[in-house]
Design a protein around this ligand. Sequence first.
Ligand SMILES: *Cc1c(COP(=O)(O)O)cnc(C)c1O
Length: 239
Amino acid sequence: MMTTTAKNLADVVARVSAAARRASRKPEAVRLVAVSKTKPVEQLAECYEAGQRCFGENYVQELVDKAPRMPSDVSWHFIGHLQSNKAKLIVDKVPNLTAVETVDSVKLANKLNGAVEAATERSAGALRVMVQVNTSGEESKHGLAPGADVVALAKHIVENCPQLAFSGLMTIGMPDYTSKPENFETLKKCRAEVCAALGLNEDACELSMGMSGDFEAAIEMGSTNVRVGSTIFGARNYA
Ligand SMILES: *Cc1c(COP(=O)(O)O)cnc(C)c1O
């Protein structure tokens, strides 16, 4: 018997594939990050049993606690705000940390680079990083304002952080659906600027955008990495 979580996962996987096909893209061109923050490891294990390997967490301590309790072939994405003084902890404690999607300062990039360089147990090779862009302009959101700062940070990572693999841009966007296309368009525009400035092919620069409420729209707009939590794991309870 399939568990509710496994059923939800299968449904999201099917919706990801269908959205990719509608946009004439291959389903494999879109990575599904199962966002498991606040959810118990037992529920993550149900997803793992059903074939999911990529999981996203927002809080350092929660990731550090959960990672050793899951199989080592899980690919962990950190998607929350990361203080630079936690870079070493997260890299050291999570050898299979494959991506940090929320890099928003030179200081954090340098700390991550140093941590990977010093790490002795790392199994995931170079650490993939994305630059977080605040496309909605809301003060509550982290990330850099679209424009020159985004290009400068991407350039810094490519030129000065050999242990990091710059892999693209990430945004959260507005919860209000009607204004979302604008936020996603802004991220695409940032990608064009970054790729032009660094001489990169756009295929080499991912777009992490789309969550439970809008991942299909995001895929149709070119997202390569969707972060879906509550639709898979159920509503979060922050008691
Ligand atoms: C929590 C979270 C998600 C998942 O949100 P859902 O709406 O539950 O799918 C995605 N991205 C980030 C950065 C998050 O913090």
